[in-house]
Design a protein around this ligand. Sequence first.
Ligand SMILES: C=C(O[C@H]1C=CC=C(C(=O)O)[C@@H]1O)C(=O)O
Length: 476
Amino acid sequence: MAIIPNHLSVLDYIQEFKKLIFSSSFNIKNNSSPSPIFSISCEVEPIDPLIFISVLQTDKQPVFYWQNQRKKEAIAAIGAIKSLNIDKNICQQDKDIDRFQKCQEFINNNQKLIHILNKDQDNYQPHFFTYFRFFEQSHNFDNKSFPLATIFLPFIQLIKKDNKYSVTINTYNQNKKEILDYLKDNFSEKIELNYKVNYSQENKINSHLENAKYQGFIDKVNKGLEAIKSEKLTKIVVAHALEIKTENKFNIVKSLENLRNNHPDCYIFSIGNEDQEYFIGASPERLLSIKDNQLVSDALAGSAPRGKNEDEDFLIGNNLLDSEKEKREHQAVSNFIFNQLSAMGLQPKKASLQLLKLSNIQHLWTPIYAEIKEEINPLEIVRQLHPTPAVAGVPIEVACQEIETSEKFDRSLYAAPIGWLDLQGNCEFIVGIRSALIKENYARLYAGAGIVTGSKPEQELTEIKLKFQALLQALI
Ligand SMILES: C=C(O[C@H]1C=CC=C(C(=O)O)[C@@H]1O)C(=O)O
């Protein structure tokens, strides 16, 4: 029996649909209950994932969005039918807790409960969404912010691949027809008709909370150079936080749209938690992707600005490729990824060193490939790869200790893994750089730069200013 009465207005339709998928009447409150979860997928007409989120998101629900224009891919997920948050207290009780392993166990336990009701939609499987803080233990923790690790299976997910769009609903309600009726009834159009654009409000920066903004960064670079000179380490990635307050609340959707327009070669991402706190950004760095057992990881380090014209750009790119100092900074990353994958029994292969040209900056880039022959948990690989020397340094442990003492702010999710995993062992993780933590009218923007022997504080400052500028342009 079709459940949608003919008289439903477009607005009612959305309310009814939200009630159906988020409603507690079908939800078993106890998270440990082994109740079966039914997963229903359906191809839908094209819909902008940002509009999808804006219309369907309700308060107190986590959201996950990412989009890569160059790859013609996007994912959006809302709500959590199952979730696990690993917070600081759990780790204080049990020091040996491995947050990556716990998340993998969460997947293993829950995937047994998932019944895929329409197997014909093979390409569109339910995904788990997950993200981590940079540090497992840190005295800089801001308690109210995101937990050490989060993983969830959403109530609803949209996937765009090339020009195909699909919606997956995970529910305790096994009435597949009822849900499919909604999805097949001009779903995308009805969502779009409900979208209210809120672009009118101008926003202005009220105050820069951090007055001695950049001197602190120069000091940290000099401290890093001293540690390198004393042979404590050979590389350190020094990050800086720029805190701003604006007159009005940040418009997250508008900011993401700006990021998407300005950075078509990056992964644009947004994670929102139940407290309406967001972590958003435009990252060029893929930590890991696995598709049909083929693994790819990007070593990305060594930077230069883009030229004002083609000739200048070509020259700057060539200088970057020839720079002994930039190559050293880069190789620390490619060697680390190569060695970590080898230590796991994989046989990685490095592609040749190349340039990744983004709209505002260019990087040295080495893609690294490996075939996964035996069963290795994707999250175990993530654990082995995080943090890379592109965001920490060499040796990793010493660099992390230095970072902790010299940085006075909470890195939170900055420079840490963000990603999804499906039920067939495919996954994709990015590194959460070029990012900002936002709540209402407050934002903390993050940018970092790798320091090795020969690094010049003023040049590193120019690099992080370039990174901040790109974010600020999108946020305000
Ligand atoms: C740590 C950041 O970038 C890393 C990734 C690529 C290039 C980098 C560099 O050249 O310093 C950094 O290692 C950041 O943007 O916050």
